[in-house]
Design a protein around this ligand. Sequence first.
Ligand SMILES: Cc1ncc(COP(=O)(O)O)c(C=O)c1O
Length: 372
Amino acid sequence: MQIAGFGVEEWLNVWEKKATYDIAQSTIASMTMQEILDLDGQNGQTFYDLLNKQKMNYGWIEGSPEFKQEVAKLYDHVSPDNVLQTNGATGANHLALYALVQPGDHVISEYPSYQQLYDIPKSLGAEVDYWHIHEEADWYPDIAELKQLIRPDTKLICLNNANNPTGTILNRDFLEQVVEIAKSVGAYVLVDEVYLPLDDPSKFVSIVDLYDKGIATNSLSKTYSVPGIRVGWTATNHELADLFRKYRDYTMICCGVFNDMLATYILKNRDKILARNRQLVLTNLKIYKQWIDSEPRASVIMPQAVSTSFPKLDVPVDIEQFCIRLLKEQGVLLVPGNRFDMPGHVRLGYCAPEETLREGLKRLSLFLRQYD
Ligand SMILES: Cc1ncc(COP(=O)(O)O)c(C=O)c1O
């Protein structure tokens, strides 16, 4: 099995720990353990009392009943039985693709988006067609193009809603059109849903609530600010959950007793985390917008209160070399757009802590002045 290198991950693995002003990430400023434990107002006492009694065995293989119930509450039509805990959304995407895609299958993937969604199917022997996003259409892909790509034997359509790197949310009307096209040939639709719009979560609709053959993958890594616990999930219909179970046993067994407990605690305190993050996202969006308006060498389709964005930078040099020099000379980290096959752009994670964002943008502007 051959697979392409994962562009963003390879970049971050080399550079992220060298950054002083990391404005490359797509997580909303990660929480410390203390911040997490403070959420229930008991300084973590109840959590630790419970944890101390736990045997460190395998725990609940698919995720505890409490975890599954909390996840099911995020959807209108998902039974807790059909939620499977995974090792992050990465594990969820991998599980779904591993279970569904066979050599020779036809897969259509939104492009660019999260690289797993096209390079894993390719590595499994599928024929993958790219469904391109277009900057001039607010980074939406075009339904007419999907109609051209779809085939009677299309097995799966893969989307990332909201999109990494652009932060674009696909609205209900658009998703309903995708579902109609998928239905016409019986294709599954897998949507990686790790980014929730923080200004108004009701703008977002999950694919499992729209389509029986929809597969939602998600995790606590982005919207919930705790990538460190590596907990995600798949949410599907009953038949797909059973299929995924079979494959899951071969790759992970469980996420661990501690991780399951913390994940459940986080989901139970979801409203407080969303309130914290809403404030952070909306404040940082204003700072970001002011910067864009005053920086002649940057332009962007504003992300929809989702924690990633993909501005265009007007620089007359190779974008990766630009980002390496920016890091070495100013301590500021971005992800160069060539890592998404779009070299005119950079991924800018404006949901870093506020001071990091302010200083990072100031230094980025200073650095850009050399090209004036
Ligand atoms: C769209 C998307 N899916 C999944 C992931 C990885 O999520 P996790 O940390 O839950 O594995 C990322 C991380 O950047 C992402 O952008």
